[in-house]
Each structure stands twice: as structure tokens, then as C-alpha cells.
Design a binder for this molecule. Sequence first.
Ligand SMILES: Nc1ncnc2c1ncn2[C@@H]1O[C@H](COP(=O)(O)OP(=O)(O)O)[C@@H](O)[C@H]1O
Ligand SMILES: O=P(O)(O)OC[C@H]1O[C@](O)(CO)[C@@H](O)[C@@H]1O
Ligand SMILES: [Mg+2]
Length: 491
Amino acid sequence: MDISEWDKRYIEAYESVARNISCVNGIFVAYNSNVDAIKHIGPGDVENLLRKVDVETVQQRIFSYPRQIDSPVDFLARLLIAMKDGKAAEIPTYSTDIHEWLTDNLVFDEARMGGQAGIISNLLANMDLNKVIAYIPWLSPEQADYFVSSPNLLHPFVREGRMELLPPAEASNSDYKAKVNWIIEFNKGLSVKYAEDRIIVPRNNRLIISSRPPWIRIDMSDEVYEHLPEMGKTVDGAILSGYQMIKEAYEDGKTYRDYVERAVGAIGQLKKANPDICIHVEFTSIQNKFIRSAILNDIVHNHVHSLGLDTVEVANALNVLGYEELAYSVIKKEEDAIVALYEGAVRLLHELKLQRIHVHSLGFYICVVSKDCPIDVEQHLDSLLFASTTAASRALQGGIKGFEDIKAGLDVPISTQGMDQIDKLGAYLVRQGKCNLEDFEKGCICTRNHDVLIIPARVVDHPVDTVGIGDTISASAFAAVLAGMCSPREN
Ligand SMILES: Nc1ncnc2c1ncn2[C@@H]1O[C@H](COP(=O)(O)OP(=O)(O)O)[C@@H](O)[C@H]1O
Ligand SMILES: O=P(O)(O)OC[C@H]1O[C@](O)(CO)[C@@H](O)[C@@H]1O
Ligand SMILES: [Mg+2]
């Protein structure tokens, strides 16, 4: 299809999902939410920060590639790496030092809801979903303020052994403090001079400094855990995220195993009274390869139906699953990168026994689907098109306040670079005899072992910011898939 045909198909998809979304009973969302302190880096900002440290040391630190932020030098090294490649990354910090240094030296522009579970809960509530049950283990009063106040957004609250679902503001616990992450947004074209080098940022993206205070646990209170079957019965799906914060070892002698087992147990609890519940995990950039591997092999594998992630995260997942060569081909900026991305997604689908793996990339989405996924490919394509419209609207306006806001995304141009990338994959699939060109051009390819949905995405030239767009893509697609499952396509 050419761009005008895709435009028509986008409008059909939006209208179909708008008709069906009300049949979704509800979605359970857990674990991570935080406050995002967002700073849009401008000309001279990085140079000013570099003047406060020894640039030589930053240069050395770039080569050692710090996987956590312990000092301003670590921060500047990873910021320069991210800006040079225009790549998204999330780096943990275990002390408040960098937060204080950034507060003194950078000052943020805006504080907003952050964390996959936080962003996704607000998005789904604003999409007028019948019910969103959000569970944040560390819900402080300050954090609760960042949730939309809407009758369809509720949070479990246990009082004298009985569980109630209350607005987040009434379910918060004043013993908890807010967890604040720094989001450094940088725009395409920004130039940064350091030492003898000069960086020109190749695309809009962001670096996340994820604060990991010692009290963080990806876990549930026993009472909420006991009531999961009851909550699972009232929803069609669950979106889980935040596992990246699981540590290998804890001061009290517990290890990652305890929290992985608890995470798997929680999924089992959700399925107990609702075996048909659909479980989605939103992935993210995970610096600790051991934890990344444990999440994929021990939580996602065999327990989860749906996985959402971006291109770099596909490469990172392949890397720890033993596909180093393929991982490298995914991220090197070469002609066949999209082919490697497709082949990598296929391996992840089969290796992790998923029903669907939805990869979002700038300009296109690829969703590899197992043959037993209970939604037809046309409706699945609708969900991806709807997700791109929703993401475009968020990138354009900075957020989605109501379902009608999503429609603005239909006016955002479809990426021509995305179309060009997709054509390369099409040529490969036809050469491999996986499909004919006609099927490929419609975006739905049915092969013997799996189906593939590929769409060109709408891309906003100057997005308000980029943090959370991936969460928006995955969650709106997943909600639309659930809508498709409960309202079979009219022929
Ligand atoms: N300007 C833009 N317009 C539309 N979509 C965008 C734009 N910038 C990024 N995106 C989409 O958002 C995705 C970002 O995903 P990800 O890195 O997972 O973000 P996050 O985890 O912060 O939500 C990209 O892969 C791309 O599909
Ligand atoms: O790993 P953490 O600290 O929960 O942070 C998740 C980060 O990812 C995002 O949810 C974007 O996906 C940010 O809003 C947030 O800062
Ligand atoms: Mg993401």
C-alpha cells in the first residue's frame, strides 16, 4: 500500500478500536511508577556541566561504559554516549548524590508521571477504559498526585484485612517517599563540543537516570497478593513492568530469586480465577545483564503472553539469550538491520513461548504473532495502527487527556523512512518465500510458524518529549488487542 492507502487503513483502524474499546472489562497494571524530573537539554547546557568536572576523566569513563551512575563523571559519560548515538537508555543510580548535583547544576523543566505502570495507568484511564486497577508497591501521597483523578482508575487498599479499590489519592501510604527519576531529553541536531570532539545529535531521544532507593522492592503486600485472583477475575488483561529494579542481592540476605519467584507467583494468582487473562510485560533498558536474563528466562518465558520493547531492547534481549551476532546486526546502522530485527523478534517469540512480541522502532512497528494468538491478523493490524495514532498524538501534544485526543494523531505524517525500511524487509521476506508482495504490502504476513504484522508509523517531527512514547505504543496496542478479542471482527 502507498501512503494514502495506509492513511485510509489508519482511519478504519481508529474507528474500529473506538467502537470496540468499551467491551474491555478492565486491565490490571503494576509495579513501577515514579516522578519524572524532565530536563530538555539546550545549546551550551552540556558544555556548562563539563566545565564542572575533569573532561579527560569523562573521556576515559566513556570507554569504560559505566552501567550505574555514581558520580557526575559517570552521568556525563553516559549522556554523551546516548547523545552521540541518539539512543534511548536507562541507567540506575543508588545514591541521592547525582539527584542533588543535577538539582544544583541543571534544574529540571517539568515534573510528570513516570514509570511504565504509572504512565500506562493514566493512559488507559484517559482512554475511558471501563476499569484500570493500578498497583504501586510504594504509593506515596506525592506519587498518588500524579495519577489522573478518574472514577475508572483505582488502587487496592487493605483495611482490617479487607481489600477495597480506591482512587490512588485515598490509597496512598504516607510512610513512603516519592521516587524521582531524571529524564534528560535531547533533540535531533543539537551540537555539543567536548574536548576536541563535537557531537551532533542524530535523533530526538532521552537518557533516564533511574533512582533506586534501598527501600525499592518489586513485590506486593501479602494482602494484595492474596486478593489478586479476585482482581484478576474482573479484568481481561494485565500489564506488568518494573522488573528491571530487581537486584541480585539484598541487605537482608534475600536475592533476586525471591523476587522472581514472587513475580511469577503473582502472575499465577492473576490467572487463578481467570485462566484466559492476557499478560503483557513492558520491557526496558536493563544494564544488569544477569537480571535482564533472569527476567526473560524466569518471568517472561512460559508465563507471559505479550512483550513490548524497542529496537535496542530487542538487541539487548538477544544478547543475553545467546544470539550475540544477531544482536549486533540489530543495532548496527546497516541496510539489513530491519531484517535482523525481524529475525530476532521471531527468535524471542519462540524462545520465550510468547503469543505476541510487539517491537516499536522510530518509523515502523513489527509484531510477530504465534499461530494460537486469539485475535485475527486484520484486528491485530488495527491495534498497531491505533497504537501509532495514539503515540503520535502523545508526541504532538505531550499527553492524552481523553479518547478524543487520540484522533489528532491521524494528522501526523506517516514516516517515509519507515516505509523505506519496511520495503527492505518486504524484499527479504519475498526472497525467502515467506510471502508474496501483495500480502506484504497489506502489512499482514502469515507464515507456517507465526504471523507477522508490519506497519509504517506516524512520526512527529518535533515531539514535545519522547519519554513514555514506547509505553504508550505498547499499552494502547495491547488494550486494542483485548478489544479485538472481545468483539470479533464484522466481515
Ligand atoms: N517523534 C516521534 N513520533 C512518534 N513516535 C516516536 C517519536 N519518537 C519516538 N517514537 C516512538 O517511541 C518509541 C520509544 O520507545 P521507548 O524507547 O521504549 O520509550 P519509553 O520506554 O520511554 O516509552 C520509539 O521506538 C518510537 O517508536
Ligand atoms: O526503572 P524505573 O526507575 O521504574 O524507571 C522507568 C522509566 O521508564 C519510563 O517509564 C519510560 O518508559 C520513565 O517514565 C521512567 O523514568
Ligand atoms: Mg520503553
